[in-house]
Ligand binder design. Structure first.
Ligand code: SF4
Length: 332
């Protein structure tokens, strides 16, 4: 039987995950587990590249992310679930690759300037921030991942890793790594309750772990079609955040019916919201129940991540043995 192709992906530990994180990536990761050899890691070192001044929340955030992953259905029996800093070989590969990575390559990565502009309140003139695409490349290459699930906006990072594979082979005359391919995933755009992209930093997110009451409160406050002022005005579902949520939680036939009722003022926004809230709660109830299984059990949670990290290390160590050898830093 042919070996399963390997997939690698990760999340920065930013705290509890929201609906955008779930429908944008996590749901897809869960679906890949049977067909692929999946490696999913919490990228705690990456959190430091932009948050090196405020590290006090990282520990709690790592645990929250792990709980959300398990709640969503990532299964440690099927996937290797680990914490980046528990596989220190990532750092060693990052260092060795840094020796042959041209500075200009790092400066050209489009997100470098974009993120600097977005996070203008932080001093990001640090090597850690400039070098984060290289750390990301090391994360991928150390497992010889065949595929990396990415959105269009992350293609440049993956191309960076692919170019690095070619440069490493050219300079060392050894093919240690293989070029990872993008697995382009079509993620629906999940708006926050204010219509902007759902994001923790915008304060417009609904979280995977939110209670029924929190879901209800946030959804009742969500902006609908701003032009629909009165019940008798026809609405435009395509500009309505609640309608975007219906597409996630309500069956297709009903979604089509709501769209037409909205356009003909056949349904009011309050009733439309109530239906959507009911469906969202129904969707999240079993996921939240799985999350509760891990509440108050940090030791067990971290033991699971420790076991995954050890499994990942076995692979990473073998690759590092080869890398050290071809880079001439093995003695005796
Ligand atoms: S009826 Fe529903 S889809 Fe239409 S604007 Fe109101 S909440 Fe949005």
């Amino acid at each position: 039987m042919a070996a399963k192709k390997r997939i690698l992906s990760g999340n920065r530990p930013t705290g509890r995950l929201h609906w955008g994180n779930y429908f944008g990536a996590l749901k897809n990761w869960v679906g890949l587990q049977d067909e692929y050899d999946c490696y999913y890691f919490v990228a705690d070192w990456h959190a430091l590249t932009t948050g090196y001044e405020h590290t006090e929340g990282i520990c709690e955030s790592v645990k929250e992310v792990l709980k959300d992953w398990l709640a969503a259905g990532l299964d440690p029996k099927k996937s290797t679930i680990f914490i980046q800093s528990w596989v220190p070989e990532h750092a060693e590969l990052h260092l060795l690759l840094s020796m042959l990575t041209p500075l200009g390559w790092l400066e050209r990565v489009p997100s470098f300037k974009d993120m600097q502009a977005q996070l203008a309140d932080r001093d990001l003139n640090m090597y850690g921030f400039l070098g984060y695409p290289l750390l990301q490349a090391a994360d991928i290459l150390i497992y010889k991942a065949d595929f990396v699930p990415v959105g269009e906006d992350q293609l440049a990072h993956l191309e960076f890793a692919r170019e690095l594979v070619r440069r490493f082979a050219f300079i060392t005359k050894h093919d240690v790594f293989s070029e990872p391919k993008p697995m382009l995933t079509e993620a629906p755009r999940i708006p926050g309750i204010d219509g902007r992209k759902m994001s923790k930093s915008f304060g417009n997110a609904i979280y995977m772990a939110d209670s029924d009451e929190e879901i209800r409160k946030k959804m009742m406050a969500a902006i609908t079609d701003p032009a629909r002022k009165r019940r008798q005005d026809p609405g435009d579902p395509d500009v309505c955040n609640i309608f975007a949520y219906h597409k996630l939680y309500t069956d297709r036939a009903k979604v089509a019916e709501i769209a037409s009722q909205c356009r003909s003022a056949g349904i009011g926004c309050v009733d439309c919201k109530k239906l959507c809230i009911q469906n969202a709660i129904e969707f999240w109830t079993p996921i939240r129940a799985r999350r509760e299984r891990w509440e108050g059990k940090d030791d067990e949670l971290l033991a699971m991540a420790r076991a995954g990290s050890e499994r990942a290390r076995e692979v990473a160590r073998l690759v590092m043995e080869k890398v050290r050898k071809v880079m001439g830093v093995v003695y005796g």
